[in-house]
Ligand binder design. Structure first.
Ligand code: ADP
Length: 412
């Protein structure tokens, strides 16, 4: 039975479904306000997912976003998937519901996924979950689709209806704007940190010029000041170019110049470049690479930048007369062939606590930061480059003994 009642706010006669709809839209206004004021990425995603479950009366929900640097579609938040596993799932664009929604920019309802060939079954199989039905909508900002929002398993054995599609699509618009805002906020945070980093060399340059203007300075003092100025200018150049590199990589504006090349040759080329710097401190570099060729497909210049960063770090943070060993070998990950490169040094090593921060912006270990030059951006840039080649980067280190940095790249 459907009764008609009067909406208190409008005076309009409403049926029960009409009242329910109004209540849902009132709720979505409340939720949108909460989303707009949440700037922390993870808390924001949690709120979006619980709002999607509540508004569509679903068992669970998930957010998938396009990775700006690789173009891959990945789960960003899915309460029913283990957090350790969720990060590693790349959803195929051409054989998944979310991929279809992102490509076509349209909503899709699947009433019975068991009959749907394009349903990406791997996740259900891995996590022991049974998806019965799905409602997926695109998340769009400025006419660009940034991902998909999915509601799974309508409660009470019911079907998703038009009302569910509309409400989830409305939530997805608000959610996409909130995600973009949180990203912009993070970038502005990065800008603030960057300006802060630039201030130190700029202040040193200013002090040097003031000193140079004094007429009573002896020749050696003048030389000292000029060499400080050279060092600080170089630091400014390195900071600004690293900063630009990272900003481009993080915004997805970096275009990879992809070609096929032999990684072994590139590794040898990079070692040649740093040999002089190593010899100046009596450090010996040994290569233990078999004669096997490791053909990879990628941006040769960018991979060179990563290798040079690992090698110069292995020199900078080594002890005098130390050693560096570079190794490359074949390995398998999820049955796919990879080449793994390991750069080991006999340096100071890195404590467990510092290892957790190593790939963060501007992070430098305090005990070595004063007597080595650096920006604290190199490893993060390396991580972004390797990830954009579908590879991995990590380290193993023991304090006082040395560190080994590993990278993997898929073989062509
Ligand atoms: P930078 O060398 O410019 O400071 P990186 O991002 O390359 O920046 O490295 C960040 C920090 O990680 C370094 O400042 C240093 O404290 C630490 N680090 C990197 N590589 C090594 C290494 N091989 N051994 C010990 N510490 C290292």
């Amino acid at each position: 039975m459907t009764s008609n009642r009067t909406s208190p706010s409008s005076g309009i006669q409403l049926s029960d479904p009409g009242r329910q709809l109004l209540a849902r839209y009132e709720r979505i206004i409340e939720i949108s306000q909460q989303l707009a004021s949440t700037l922390d990425h993870v808390s924001l995603l949690r709120r979006i997912v619980s709002a999607a479950m509540e508004l569509t009366d679903s068992e669970t929900a998930s957010i998938l976003l396009l990775d700006p640097s690789t173009g891959e579609l990945r789960f960003e938040m899915a309460p029913n998937i283990d957090s350790g596993y969720v990060d590693s799932i790349v959803v195929p664009m051409d054989s998944s519901i979310a991929g279809w929604v992102v490509t076509h920019g349209e909503a899709r309802v699947i009433h019975d996924v068991s009959k749907e060939p394009s349903f990406f079954r791997n996740v259900d199989e891995q996590i022991n979950f049974t998806t019965r039905n799905i409602l997926a909508v695109p998340m769009r900002t400025h006419n660009k689709v940034i991902g998909a929002l999915e509601a799974l398993n309508k409660r009470g054995g019911e079907r998703y209806d038009d009302g569910d599609v509309k409400i989830l699509a409305t939530l997805a618009v608000q959610a996409a704007i909130a995600i973009e805002n949180a990203r912009l906020f993070q970038q502005s945070d990065f800008m603030a940190e960057m300006v802060h980093e630039l201030r130190t060399p700029l202040m040193a340059l200013k002090t040097s010029t003031v000193l140079l203007l004094r007429s009573d300075l002896p020749r050696e003092k003048i030389n000292d000041i000029v060499s400080t100025m050279q060092g600080e200018t170089e630091r400014l150049i390195r900071l600004t170019s690293d900063f630009l590199d990272l900003a481009r990589l993080e915004s997805g504006r970096t275009r990879l110049e992809v070609s096929q090349f032999d990684l072994t040759i590139l590794v040898r080329e990079c070692i040649d470049i740093v040999t002089h710097q190593a010899e100046a401190r009596g450090i010996k570099i040994t290569i233990t690479i078999s004669d096997e060729q490791f053909e990879v497909e990628g941006d040769r210049g960018k991979i060179k930048q990563v290798l040079l960063n690992l090698l110069t770090n292995a020199i900078k943070y080594n002890r005098d007369h130390g050693e560096i060993v570079v190794n490359a070998y074949r390995s398998l990950r999820h049955d796919e062939p990879f080449v793994e490169i390991a750069v080991s040094d006999t340096g100071f090593g890195i404590s467990k606590e510092n290892q957790a921060h190593l790939f963060e912006k501007f992070f430098r270990v305090a005990s070595t930061a004063n007597h080595t030059t650096g920006t604290g951006l190199g490893l993060l840039i390396a991580k972004r480059i390797i990830e954009s080649h579908k590879g991995l980067i990590w380290l193993e280190s023991a304090e006082g003994q040395g560190s080994t940095f590993f990278i993997t790249l898929p073989l062509a």
